[in-house]
Design a protein around this ligand. Structure first.
Ligand code: FES
Length: 592
């Protein structure tokens, strides 16, 4: 192709095009297909927007261009597709000047951010993975802030599904990790989150808005009402009460206390998912802005009021009545915290965590009460509970059934959510410590899962073990770790490599990015995202200490137990990235 002339470049002669019907021009730009159809000339990207097959090899009939790879059909004039899964073909301006064809070789949009925002809306609405991937990539390339992308997807998810779901949880978990992620992993994280939200909403009834009450009752009444409506499973009443609490201007910590008090009316409700979703809704609002609280927060209410509690299960009643033990202890909490209010500086988190792993529920509760007397705040108990639950995962014995990983995972992510919520509430609780029941429920569930550590897996790096048979260099350790995740059942090797990396004082950030890479290249299950994010959140509390190391070992063992997968999501993300960067995906095929 000749040198550009005022952005247009010479592409060929009209007579030649009329004879051949189509021409392809190459240069430093992407290949451009020039087509002649019924007296008019058209120019478009020669790479099919679906998977890059050369459109010059397609067929043209009645103004419809058909790709011969998966047979997507396009309107030749506009490039718009008749098959939404394939996406639209970018077109470019073309002019005929004195029998010569000139094309503008740039495919850019006048407002790329707006264009890709609309395409993300389209992709989400129709659950089109490739379109979502391109739109996320396009927005990032247009320097749209990551938080803006998260906000668009989160609001779509809240409006197009009748309740908070797995997709919004994954989106929020991955958005929380964005500060740890390099560019490539950030793109993957946003794509995974958006894709899962779109899938969650596909075919679902949209959310119906409710309104706050006309009155503004005081906090005590609102808190009591939400607990009441949760107990009698009255969703409409609970949503209006929560909307009223938001409209009353209650702060996020007070709202957290109100919701956690209602949520813990049931014991370990919905295997912990319900509380985890509530925590994620709060975290989502931290990311996208609390002005969206009326749209986001009520989405968790339906599941909260409908959830089944563990009080209905035999395991919590026999041979010990753990529900009664929790209720009795909960009744003592206000006095216990009141008596210890003046004490500060309690730091025995790790010791308490190990006591929570005991095999006597009464002793476990006694350990919690002793910690409170010694000055432990609710959030301190949450930190210990989360570490204890992480140790349960880190020591998960492979003699268990594979499905038992999820049992270990549920306690850990529940404990992390309780910890985050109690951290958020801080001293904002107005009428006691109802929300602290979450600690008791988590501690008893942790007790019930003690069989998962029989026999316990050995944690590498203990007792002066130096792991000197492993590489020393950080890059080699991390590459070996990714390689381990490439093969099945490499739990012990993955754990040892994590321990080795941290014990040598290498960058935790690089290790976290590698663990994220390991999850984001897989068709990860819901729990894998949760485990990764909860582990990273808990690691940041402890830093590179023995406890921090144990927590990331837990993450690595869980990921290793669930890898590798087919990686179809990664393939879609990779195709989108290559198409967006202008690469030719089918060079060999197109060369003939
Ligand atoms: S339809 Fe063109 S590459 Fe799939």
């Amino acid at each position: 192709m000749d040198a550009p002339n005022k952005e247009f470049a010479f592409a060929g002669n009209l007579e030649e095009l009329k004879v051949k019907g189509r021409l392809v021009v190459h240069g430093r730009h992407r290949p451009i297909l020039i087509m002649y159809d019924r007296g008019r000339v058209f120019a478009l990207d020669n790479r099919c927007p679906h998977m890059g097959f050369p459109l010059e090899r397609g067929s043209l009939e009645d103004g419809i261009l058909t790709c011969h790879w998966h047979h997507a059909r396009f309107d030749l004039e506009s490039g718009c597709t008749f098959d939404l899964w394939a996406d639209d073909v970018p077109i470019c301006p073309v002019e005929v000047r004195n029998g010569e064809i000139w094309v503008k070789t740039t495919f850019g949009h006048t407002d790329p951010a707006a264009h890709w925002r609309q395409r993300l809306a389209d992709g989400l609405a129709h659950d089109l993975g490739l379109v979502v991937a391109k739109a996320v990539h396009g927005q990032l390339a247009a320097d749209v802030p990551r938080a803006d992308i998260v906000r668009q997807v989160a609001l779509f998810g809240a409006q197009n599904r009748d309740g908070w779901g797995v997709g919004l949880t994954i989106l929020t978990a991955l958005a929380n990790l964005l500060p740890f992620l390099p560019e490539e992993e950030a793109y993957l994280a946003l794509f995974h989150g958006a894709r899962r939200v779109a899938t969650d909403c596909d075919g679902e009834a949209p959310r119906r808005e409710r309104a706050p009450l006309g009155s503004r009752p005081d906090l005590t009444a609102l808190k009591g009402w939400l607990r009441r409506w949760t107990n009698v499973r009255h969703r409409e009443a609970a949503e209006r009460t929560l909307l009223t609490a938001i409209a009353s201007g209650l702060s996020p910590p007070v709202l957290a206390d109100v919701l956690l008090a209602a949520e813990t009316e049931r014991v370990f409700a919905d295997t912990g998912h319900s509380l985890d979703f509530i925590n994620k809704a709060f975290e989502c609002l931290d990311l996208i802005g609390w002005q969206h609280a009326p749209a986001m927060l009520p989405t968790v209410v339906g599941q909260m009021v409908a959830a089944r509690g563990a009080e209905e299960s035999t395991a919590w009643r026999q041979p010990d009545d753990l529900v009664a033990l929790c209720e009795e202890t909960a009744s003592q909490l206000p006095d216990l915290f009141a008596a210890s209010a003046a004490r500060q500086g309690w730091l025995d988190h790790a010791t308490l965590a190990r006591e929570l792993l005991g095999d006597d529920p009464v002793r476990i509760v006694d350990a919690l009460k002793a910690a409170i007397r010694a000055g432990a705040a609710p959030a301190d108990l949450g930190r210990s509970l989360a570490y204890g639950a992480a140790l349960r995962v880190a020591r998960f014995g492979t003699a268990n059934e594979h499905a038992d990983w999820e049992t270990a995972h549920h306690v850990f992510t529940f404990a992390n959510a309780v910890h985050q919520m109690l951290n958020r509430i801080g001293t904002a609780s107005a009428d006691g410590v109802a929300a602290v029941r979450g600690i008791l429920h988590g501690a008893m569930e942790l007790y019930l899962t003690r069989y998962l550590n029989v026999p316990p897996a050995r944690i590498p790096g203990e007792n002066d073990e130096h792991l000197d048979d492993l590489p020393t260099d950080a890059d080699t350790i991390l590459a070996t770790l990714l390689d381990a995740f490439d093969r099945q059942r490499q739990l012990d090797l993955a754990a040892r490599l994590v321990a080795r990396h941290l014990m040598l004082g290498h960058s935790p950030q690089a290790l976290i990015a590698t663990l994220a890479r390991a999850v984001l290249r897989e068709d990860a299950g819901f729990h894998a995202y949760q485990m990764l994010e909860a582990g990273v959140r808990q690691f940041t509390v402890w830093g590179n200490t023995d406890a921090g190391r144990h927590i990331l070992i837990a993450v690595a063992r869980y990921v290793a137990a669930h890898s590798p997968t087919e990686r179809a999501t990664l393939q879609t993300a990779d195709i989108a990235r290559r198409l967006m960067r202008g690469a030719e995906l089918h060079q060999e095929a197109g060369a003939s």
